[in-house]
Design a protein around this ligand. Structure first.
Ligand code: KG4
Ligand code: ZN
Length: 342
C-alpha cells in the first residue's frame, strides 16, 4: 500500500511517500520520498515557534515540498522511477498549532480530491509513537512510550498498536520547550536542545543541584517550568561573565541531568508498574544521546527491550505519519478537520 503523508502541526513542513506492506506484527516500510522543509531560521530570532509565521511558511513550503517529492519519485538516487499512485493520503489533524494544522489539512483535502484518494487524519503523537517501527524490529507489548518533544511530554502505555492510553503528561512546559528556554536564557540559539547538549559535554552534571520536579509525585505527570526558573535564579545570583565559559557548560550539564533524571525515573517506574516488555522513546528530545544512553542502560538492567527511532525520524516528519496511518488508529476523515483534543 502506498501512503502519501503530510505533516504541518508545528514548524516543519513535511511530505513523504511510503510503501507499506506486511502484517502489523511484521510490517515493512520503504521510504520512496521524504521531504522536511524546516522553519528553524524563521523562528530563531524569537527563541520559539510563532504560530502566525509557521502558518505563512507552511503555505509557502507545501507546494514546494510536494514538487520536491514528485522530483524525488521521478529520479530516485540510483533507482527506478516510481509512480505516485497513493492508496490513501494521511494528514496530521492534531494536536498542534491550529493555524499550522489547517494549512496541511486544506492541502491534503484538495490533493485527495484531485487524486480521488481517501483521506485519513492522524494523531501527531501517534506519529511519533510509531517512528520506532521504521527500524524494522518487532516491538513486544505492553510497551511504555516516553514521548518528549518541543510541544509534548507524555508517558503512554501501549497494549497493542490500536490501543494506547496516556498515563501522564507535563503540567506546564514540554521537555523540549524547557531545553529551548534554558538555551534562550543562556544566549544559545533555537532550537536549544542540541545546543544545550553540545555545551553540556564540557560541563559537570553534578556542579549545580537543580531541582528534580515531580520526581516523587506518585503519578506519571511532569513539570519543567520550575526547573527553567531555577536556572534563571541561579544565573541572577551567579551571572555569566564573558570569560566564564565553564559555568555555562556546568549549567547546561546540570540542567540536562536534572531533566533526564526525572524523565528516566518516571519512564522506568511506568514500565515496572505496567509489566512492560518494551520501552520506547520518541520526539525531538529523543535525539539527546545522554537520554537515549540512560534509558537504554536502565531498560537493559530491567530486562526490557529498548527501541528508539533513527535520528532523522526523531523530529517532526511525514514518514512517521505514514507509518501511523498503516499501523495505528487512524481517524476516518472524509472531511479532515484539525482536531486539537485527540
Ligand atoms: O518533535 P519535535 O520536532 O517538535 C514537536 O513536535 O514539538 O521536537 C523539537 C524539540 C525542540 O524543543 C528541540 O530543542 C528538542 O526537540 N531537541 C532536543 C534535542 N534535539 C532536539 N532536546 C534535547 N536534546 C537534543 N539533542
Ligand atoms: Zn512532534
Amino acid at each position: 500500500m502506498q501512503i502519501l503523508a503530510i505533516e504541518t502541526s508545528c514548524d516543519e513542513t513535511a511530505i513523504a511517500v511510503v510503501e507499506c506492506s506486511g502484517k502489523p506484527e511484521n510490517p515493512s516500510f520503504v521510504v520512496r520520498a521524504h521531504v522536511v522543509a524546516t522553519q528553524i531560521a524563521t523562528h530563531r530570532p524569537f527563541g520559539g515557534v510563532v504560530p502566525s509565521l509557521a502558518k505563512r511558511e507552511h503555505l509557502k513550503n507545501l507546494p514546494l515540498a510536494y514538487d520536491e517529492v514528485i522530483q524525488k519519485l521521478n529520479s530516485p538516487a540510483g533507482g527506478e522511477k516510481y509512480a505516485l499512485k497513493p492508496d490513501r493520503i494521511a494528514v496530521t489533524v492534531g494536536p498542534g498549532l491550529e493555524p499550522a494544522l489547517w494549512t496541511g489539512v486544506n492541502f491534503a483535502n484538495s490533493l485527495a480530491e484531485k487524486l480521488h484518494v481517501p483521506l485519513i487524519g492522524i494523531n501527531h503523537l501517534e506519529g511519533h509513537m510509531f517512528s520506532s517501527w521504521l527500524a524494522g524490529k518487532t516491538v513486544a507489548f505492553p510497551a511504555i512510550v516516553l514521548l518528549v518533544s518541543g510541544g509534548h511530554t507524555a508517558l503512554v502505555r501501549m497494549d497493542s498498536m490500536k490501543s494506547w492510553e496516556k498515563l501522564g503528561e507535563t503540567q506546564d512546559d514540554a521537555a523540549g520547550e524547557a531545553f529551548d528556554k534554558v538555551a534562550k536564557i543562556l544566549g544559545l540559539p533555537y532550537p536549544g536542545g542540541p545546543e544545550v547538549e553540545k555545551e553540556a559535554r564540557a560541563g559537570n552534571p553534578d556542579a549545580i543541584a537543580f531541582p528534580r520536579p515531580m520526581l516523587h509525585s506518585g503519578d506519571f505527570n511532569f513539570s519543567f517550568s520550575g526547573l527553567k526558573t531555577a536556572v534563571l535564579y541561579h544565573l541572577r545570583v551567579n551571572p555569566l561573565t564573558p570569560e566564564s565559559s565553564k559555568p555555562k557548560a556546568d549549567i547546561c550539564a546540570s540542567f540536562q541531568k536534572a531533566a533526564i533524571d526525572v524523565l528516566v525515573a518516571k519512564a522506568l517506574r511506568a514500565a515496572d508498574e505496567c509489566g512492560a516488555q518494551s520501552l520506547l522513546v520518541c520526539g525531538g528530545v529523543a535525539g539527546n544521546a545522554v537520554l537515549r544512553a540512560e534509558l537504554a542502560r536502565r531498560a537493559g538492567e530491567e530486562g526490557i527491550a529498548f527501541h528508539a527511532p533513527a535520528m532523522e525520524y526523531n523530529t517532526d516528519n511525514a514518514v512517521m505519519i505514514a507509518v501511523a496511518a498503516y499501523l495505528g488508529t487512524a481517524h476516518p476523515a472524509d472531511k479532515a478537520l484539525p482536531n486539537l483534543n485527540i
